[in-house]
Design a protein around this ligand. Structure first.
Ligand code: IDP
Length: 139
């Protein structure tokens, strides 16, 4: 079960700007254990699948293009209350509204280029982790 796990991606701009280390440090210092981790890239097709829930939203096409423009880092994270606590650690979707001390406050550039993804439910954490990682890639 996924209750104590969540899924995150470091988005392309944050990877290109050399923030993998800074973001991973905030994640570990926030009490999360990295269960799985992979630097990879999403084709437009795969990005479209990942964000299929947003298909009807006006920013969907731009989001798919943005998320496939360069490498990302995918991770499964473990902690009690992982999904909710990670949403707190990353901060609001729009960095202008993100609280001090959050990952998005530190590293997001805009509402689209907002440094990290974080699953919004246990069910999606499971689905999103399975999207990137096989069973033997989780430790
Ligand atoms: P979340 O990532 O904080 O859960 P969602 O509403 O699920 O936010 O949106 C998914 C992603 O879509 C956001 O992280 C952001 O990259 C992008 N996004 C959300 N709202 C907008 C918008 O109004 N304009 C452009 N991109 C957006």
């Amino acid at each position: 079960m996924a209750e104590n796990r969540t899924f995150t991606m470091i988005k392309p701009d944050a990877v290109a700007d050399n923030h993998i280390g800074g973001i991973t440090k905030m994640i570990e210092e926030g009490g999360f254990r990295i269960v799985a981790m992979k630097k990879t890239a999403l084709s437009e097709e795969r990005a479209g699948q990942f964000y299929a829930v947003h298909k009807e939203r006006p920013f969907y096409n731009d989001l798919v293009k943005y998320m496939s423009k360069g490498p990302i880092v995918a991770m499964i994270l473990e902690k009690d209350n992982a999904v909710e606590d990670f949403r707190t650690l990353i901060g609001a979707t729009n960095p202008e509204q993100a609280a001090e001390g959050t990952i998005r406050k530190a590293y997001a550039k805009s509402i689209e280029s907002n440094a990290v993804h974080g699953s919004d439910s246990d069910e999606n954490a499971q689905i999103e982790g399975d999207f990137f990682f096989a069973a033997d890639e989780r430790f």
